[in-house]
Design a protein around this ligand. Sequence first.
Ligand code: FDA
Length: 308
Amino acid sequence: MLRTALLAAARSPLARQVVERTPLARPVVRRFVAGSSLREAVDVTASLIADGRKVTLDHLGEDTTDAAQAAATVDAYERLLAELGSSGLAHGAEVSVKLSAVGQSLPKDGEKIALDNARLICEAAAAVGTTVTLDMEDHTTTDSTLGILGDLRVDFPSTGAVLQAYLRRTEQDCRDLSGAGSRVRLCKGAYKEPESVAYQDKSEVDRSYVRCLRILMNGAGYPMVASHDPRLVAIAADVASAAGRTVDTYEHQMLYGVRPDAQREIAAAGKTLRVYVPYGDQWYGYFMRRLAERPANVAFFLRSLATK
Ligand code: FDA
C-alpha cells in the first residue's frame, strides 16, 4: 500500500511542490542523486571510474509537456557528452535517456520530436565514442519507446533498451531483442502498473526476471543485469555460465547510492559493474520511485526531516 501511495505521489504535482520545497529533503536526496550540476555529475563519474566501476548518466527529467524544455534537455545531454569526451571519461561512461524528457509526451508530434531529439543525443554520444540507452517508463509508452529504439538502431546500432520483467509482454520483447549487437538492460520495473499488463506479486516478477535472463543470456546480444537483488545477481552468473558466456559478454548495473558495497564486490571480482548516476534539479519523480522500492528509505527520509 505504501508503494502504491508513493508511486501515486510521484505523479502528483501537489506532492511534488511540498517535497521539493522542503530544503531538508536534499541531504536525503543526495544519497540517490549525484548533484544538480554537470560538474558534480562528472566528478562523481570520475571517482566511480577510478574505483573500477562504469557509469551511465541520467539527466533527470520526465513527462515534459513543453518543446522548449525538451530541447533544453537535449542541450544538457550534448554538453554532458562533450564534457565526457574532453575529460577522457567516455570510455567508461554512457548516458541513459527518458524519451518523455525529450518530447515523447508532447500532445502534437510527440513521438517524432522525441525521435529527432534522441537522434541528436545519439550523434553526440557517437562523436565521443560512447552509447545511449533508452530508459523504459510506464507501460503506455512501451510500444512507442521500442519503435523509436528500432529507428535509432538503424544508424546507431549500439543504442540500448530497457525491458521490465514485471510486464507480461517482456519475455516476447526479450526474444525480439536478443539478436547480435542488441544491448538490453533487464530490470524489474519501477512504475505502478495494472494487473492486466503486469505481474503484481514479487515472486512472480522474480520468476519472470529469471525467464527473461535465460532468453537474453542464451541470445547473441549484450545483456545488462540491472538489479540489486542478491539472489538474481547470483542467478545471472549461473545462467550466464550455463549459456557458455564469459564475463565480458554481459554486465551488471545498479543505481547510485544503492548497495555500494555489492557494487565494489562485483567489480573486484573482475566483472563489469555500471552505476546509474542521475543528476539535475528534476529529481522528484526519480526520488519517489526510490522511496517506493524500499520502505526503510521512507523512514530514513522522515527521520532526516525530524532531526535536522
Ligand atoms: P528489489 O527491489 O527486490 O531490491 C533488492 C534489494 O536491493 C533490496 O532488498 C535492497 O537491499 C536493495 N534496494 C533496491 N532498491 C533500493 C532502494 N531504492 N534503496 C535502497 N535499497 C534498495 N525501472 C524502470 O521501470 N525503468 C527503467 O528504465 C529502469 N532503469 C534502471 C536502471 C538501473 C541501472 C537499475 C539498477 C534499475 C532501473 N530501474 C528501472 C529500476 C528497477 O526497475 C527496480 O525498481 C529497482 O532496481 C529495484 O529492483 P531490484 O531488482 O533491485 O530488486
